[in-house]
Design a protein around this ligand. Structure first.
Ligand code: HEM
Length: 131
């Protein structure tokens, strides 16, 4: 799969996450959108992983592995945050509303990390002809 197709999916995921946050007061819609976003993002990571050899061949990453490492570290942290968000969200749904402020803090952190994953993907996969 092409880098552009993956980055387009990544952009849609970021936009959907922002929409999910905006509608958080409509709980069931928030939960549906966020669950969809998390599932899609994990599928996207699997696609990237499967196409990794192709990406490395066509990209700047081979010249500058540090950039790829930074990108991958941010992406992995985002996935860890997804699991924290699911745990906190389920507890809030189960009535532990005192966890809502923590869910909100981690929620904004997750959004920032997801945006950074998107931005750093452009450094990591600049086509070699361009550099
Ligand atoms: C990346 C994933 C997620 C992000 C970024 C996120 C972010 C947020 C934010 C910013 C709020 C507003 C909190 C406030 O203003 O007090 C919120 C509320 C909430 N979230 Fe999430 N969330 C995510 C995933 C989930 C999941 C997976 C669940 C459920 C399993 C969930 C359940 C809830 C609930 C129940 C609320 C309270 C809604 C309300 O009554 O206002 N969230 N979330």
């Amino acid at each position: 799969m092409s880098t552009q197709l993956m980055q387009s999916q990544s952009l849609i995921i970021v936009i959907l996450m922002i929409i999910g946050i905006v509608v958080h007061r409509r709980r069931s819609l928030h939960v549906k959108i966020m669950s969809f976003v998390i599932a899609w993002d994990i599928i996207l990571i699997l696609q990237v992983e499967l196409g990794r050899k192709a990406i490395l061949k066509a990209s700047n990453a081979i010249n500058n592995p540090a950039i790829l490492n930074i990108h991958v570290s941010i992406a992995v942290s985002t996935v860890v945050l997804y699991f924290i968000m699911i745990c906190l969200g389920r507890k809030v749904l189960a009535g532990q509303t005192h966890l809502l402020p923590r869910h909100r803090k981690f929620g904004y952190l997750t959004l920032v990390m997801r945006i950074l994953t998107f931005v750093t993907s452009f450094w990591a996969v600049v086509p070699r002809e361009v550099v």
